[in-house]
Ligand binder design. Structure first.
Ligand code: PEP
Ligand code: MG
Length: 538
């Protein structure tokens, strides 16, 4: 068995198709006619354009505009005179075939972008790889880049998958894919989840271990791949697959149901998102609201700060799509493990205890005010609430509120509209905030417990460090007491209290959280229906 990253949940049993490598097919050839070689290139580009346009349109229809945006970028790259011009001049000056010229230019750009620290530039490398590979596949006459198959129940085994390759999988007989490379948050993984295709990535050497035609079990729940399993294991997974699919169907019936406790108290179950495009998934999964919109992603994949207009448009689109349902937007939580290279913040020895989230925003009011103005303006279009991360002491929150008031006055002067009753809440994720939640609740409109950080800070145990994971226990009395104190403090002041850390989806914890009186649960959107079901069953 090989263990990797569970990129997209579900089970699949099928036969392996080692994805044909275009690289081995590229042979350098001297050409006799530069013009006709360039014609071959243009033909391949034209075909690529047709394919990408078709993929973009299909993804827009099936998965929403957000998921299709990446292909819009690819179409732009296809017209880039620098990129395509470099291939043309390589053909002309070295008198080589279009495939070789294309591969050299592609490799050059990829190595330049990969060597840069910047995440934005690294993403450009992925774009070049995606578009370049597709042009190469067309030059080589490999219509689907080695993914074509007439065999049913095929599991693709590849070194890596580009988003456009992933997007075309559900057209054919492919039921799952596994890769050497990849991460849970890569575009391909997000796309696989949206399409409901099980996937395990980050397996390092799966392409070397598996042979064409091997029987594979893909366990996208645990991130495991079983190779040529025995009949007992096969039967075990057939049952798991059946149960999983049955449960998925059953859960769908809960989509439009709002859940209440036995005593009749309505509980809101929402989803967490990082991009506006994910709103569709929250709605598809029956989310009552967006309990956490992590805005830092808007700042990460680029080379400069997003403008007020860009942010306003992003927030407004989320609020409008939610049609009056609450959207709780968290202000910038950068620092810790998330860096913005273009801000040039000096390295810290202890970044998780350092210049992070609201601490940075209060120091860089220029950045903070742009976001607050965008949030306020978007609040005119629906039910938007602002949430402040990493508050440790009441003074920080009072300063935030003063800045929000200042932004409101500016907007008044500019005759720009906003929700005058907008709620501003606090994320309780630092133990000091939980202990003094009674003080904070006097000034906040709501509290939302961020257990991902609250647990790590309470036990002084890094949330990503396996060696101390025995301490990372949501059910420990130290955490439960802090949670209860926070909920009680909010209720005493007549405010509501939610939870937006992953503990909100923890089956073991839900009963106790309901008993404590938690008003709202928000978590990764794929767990929403399951949480609703558990609450209903109580
Ligand atoms: C949390 O800390 O629980 C939380 C939801 O925030 P993040 O995971 O983004 O730090
Ligand atoms: Mg947090």
């Amino acid at each position: 068995m090989k263990v990797g990253i569970p990129a997209s949940p579900g089970y699949a049993i099928g036969r392996a198709l080692i994805r044909g490598s275009y690289q081995s097919k590229i042979i350098q050839k001297k050409i006799s006619n530069v013009i006709s070689e360039k014609e071959r290139l243009y033909k391949a580009i034209k075909k690529t354009r047709q394919q990408l346009t078709e993929i973009r349109d299909r993804v827009t229809e099936d998965l929403g505009e957000g998921n299709a945006a990446v292909f819009e970028g690819h179409l732009v790259l296809l017209e880039d005179p620098e990129f395509i011009g470099a291939v043309e001049s390589n053909i002309e000056s070295n008198i080589v075939n279009a495939e070789k010229a294309m591969q050299e230019v592609m490799d050059m750009y990829i190595s330049i972008f990969d060597s840069m620290q910047d995440d934005y530039m690294k993403a450009r490398s992925a774009d070049i790889k995606d578009v370049g590979t597709r042009i190469l596949s067309n030059l080589l006459g490999m219509a689907m880049g080695g993914l074509e198959t007439s065999k049913k129940d095929t599991i693709v085994v590849a070194h890596d998958m580009t988003p456009s390759e992933t997007a075309q999988l559900n057209q054919g007989n492919v039921i799952a894919f596994v890769t050497d490379m990849g991460a849970k948050t890569s575009h391909s993984s997000i796309m696989a989840r949206s399409m409901g295709i099980p996937s395990v990535t980050g397996l390092n050497d799966i392409t070397k271990i598996v042979k064409n035609g091997d029987v594979l079990i893909v366990d996208g729940v645990l991130g495991q791949v079983l190779i040529n399993p025995d009949i007992v294991t096969l039967n075990e997974y057939r049952q798991k697959k059946e149960a999983y699919e049955k449960e998925k169907e059953e859960l769908k019936s809960l989509k439009n149901i709002t859940v209440s406790t036995k005593s009749g108290k309505k509980i809101r179950v929402g989803g967490n998102i990082g991009k506006s495009q994910e709103v569709d998934f929250v709605l598809e999964n029956g989310g009552d609201e967006i309990g956490l919109f992590r805005t830092e992603i808007l700042y990460l994949d680029r080379d400069k700060l997003p403008t007020e207009k860009e942010q306003f448009e992003e927030y407004r689109s989320v609020v409008q799509k939610m049609q009056g349902k609450a959207v709780i937007i968290r202000t910038l939580d950068i620092g810790g493990d998330k860096h913005l290279s273009y801000l040039h913040i000096p390295e810290e020895t202890n970044p998780f205890l350092g210049y992070r989230a609201v601490r940075l925003c209060l120091d860089r009011k220029d950045i903070f005010k742009v976001q607050l103005r965008a949030l306020l303006r978007a609040s005119a279009y629906g039910n938007l609430k602002i949430m402040i991360p990493m508050i440790s002491i009441v003074e920080e929150f009072l300063e935030v509120k003063a800045i929000i008031e200042e932004c409101k006055r500016q907007l008044d002067n500019e005759y720009l509209d906003y929700d005058h009753d907008i709620e501003v809440g606090i994320m309780v994720e630092v133990p000091a905030a939980a202990v003094c939640a009674d003080e904070l609740a006097k000034h906040a409109d709501f509290l939302s417990i961020g257990t991902n950080d609250l647990i790590q800070y309470t036990f002084a145990a890094d949330r990503g460090n396996e060696n101390v994971s025995y301490l990372y226990n949501p059910m420990h009395p130290a955490i439960l007491r802090l949670i209860k104190m926070t909920i009680d403090a909010a209720h005493k002041e007549g405010k509501w209290c939610g939870m937006c850390g992953e503990m909100a989806a923890d089956e073991e914890a839900i009963r106790i959280l309901i008993e404590y009186g938690l008003d709202e649960f928000s978590m990764n959107y794929s767990s929403i229906l399951k949480v609703k079901k558990l609450i209903l069953e109580m």
